[in-house]
Ligand binder design. Structure first.
Ligand code: GRF
Length: 206
């Protein structure tokens, strides 16, 4: 079997995407190992999940740092000393500085609850509903210096129903998030991702 990919997962909230990654690792569909779970919020339920599965975890509260760069330096230190190869943002509600991006070039991925480039930023599900789109979905992408603007790895589409609320749409999208995020990480772990400018090609993807 190929070596396991060392990943670090950055969280701020419920951590349902973290859970789907944990589940896929535990049932052997994802050849990865979680070397660090880091939250910027002490009350994130994601940390409870990490503890339950015996994963190494850290809480970094931004109030304890002078500025964003210092916060990012500490993040980098933890991730590097944990030998993390791929940084996985899973509901991490904090902008990263170029200091962080340069420490992990083309090695930071994110999941966004809309079909990018539509509806970047926060409240993506509400923006999609308010706009009146008939389909929305989710996007796994690499991080660059913009907001949700990096090269796209996988997207999945869901219908928007007339009686949807933000919550019902978010739940439908979340189901797809839990499917495609572990899949994208698996492609990365298998060395099947090729990035040419904005375009990401996945070797032998069906
Ligand atoms: C997800 O909707 C994700 O797309 C967005 O933040 C949410 C995180 O949810 N970036 P969870 O903490 O993984 O449950």
């Amino acid at each position: 079997m190929a070596d396991l990919l060392n990943i670090g997962v950055l969280v701020s909230g419920s951590g349902s995407n973290l859970q789907s990654i944990i589940d896929n690792i535990e049932n052997k569909s994802l050849p990865a190992e979680i070397k660090a779970v880091i939250s910027n919020r002490p009350d994130a339920y994601a940390i409870t999940r990490a503890k339950k599965h015996g994963l190494p975890w850290n809480i970094l509260e931004h109030d304890n740092f002078q500025n964003r760069e210092e916060f990012d330096q500490e993040l980098i230190r933890i991730l590097k000393t944990s030998n993390v190869e791929l940084v996985v943002l899973a509901g991490f509600m904090r902008l990263l500085t170029p200091v962080f991006l340069n420490a992990f070039p083309q090695r930071i991925v994110n999941i966004h609850p809309a079909l990018l480039p539509s509806f970047p930023g926060i409240h993506a599900q509400k923006k999609a509903l308010d706009y009146g789109v008939k389909f929305s979905g989710c996007t796994v992408h690499f991080i660059d210096e913009g907001i949700d603007s990096g090269p796209i790895i996988i997207q999945s589409v869901v219908p928007v129903h007339d009686d949807d609320t933000e919550d019902t749409l978010a739940a439908r999208i979340l189901q797809e998030e839990h499917r495609i995020y572990p899949l994208a990480i698996k492609y990365y772990a298998e060395g099947r991702i090729d990035i040419q400018g904005r375009k990401v090609r996945i070797k032998d993807a069906r």
